[in-house]
Design a protein. Structure first.
Length: 150
């Protein structure tokens, strides 16, 4: 049995406030996509801010930056959810709701089984990736690092 799970953070710059007509198509799919994730093979946990929409919280100093933070059993389970389920429809349609980010907006890293990453920890991982590029402690789905061997 694995001693590690995979944490992921992604942020997106909304074109408008979450309750605006511009974002209505995205908001309309949130419950569906969250439910899909919650029931996906390999899903462990996802961060919820306590607000009606857990994505809409000012974490990075900008209320239009939406945050998604979750933990998965493996790289394979995360990639399957992201690219092989209806979640991919949101990726294809993202230009309707989100502006292109000027810097990397997604980071993944290995966490010990049972560890729940904080938003602050996740922000540090993204900052690390942005400053030094992919390493074994902060990387991307496109440039993954193997699970630590302990």
């Amino acid at each position: 049995m694995s001693q590690y799970h995979l944490a992921q953070l992604n942020i997106a710059n909304a074109k408008a406030p979450i309750d605006s007509p511009t974002m209505a198509g995205f908001v309309a799919r949130l419950d569906e996509i969250h439910g899909l994730a919650d029931n996906a093979d390999g899903f462990i946990w996802r961060w919820e801010s306590g607000s009606e929409d857990s994505s809409a919280v000012e974490v990075f100093g900008d209320p239009q930056l939406l945050v998604n933070l979750s933990v998965w059993a493996s790289m394979e389970s995360l990639k399957h959810f992201v690219y092989k389920t209806v979640h991919v429809e949101l990726i294809r349609e993202r230009e309707a709701w989100f502006d292109k980010m000027p810097a990397m907006s997604q980071v993944v890293w290995w966490v010990p089984v049972g560890h729940i990453p904080s938003v602050a920890e996740s922000k540090k991982k993204l900052e690390q990736l942005r400053s030094v590029g992919p390493t074994e402690t902060a990387f991307t789905l496109a440039q993954p690092y193997s699970m630590p061997v302990n």
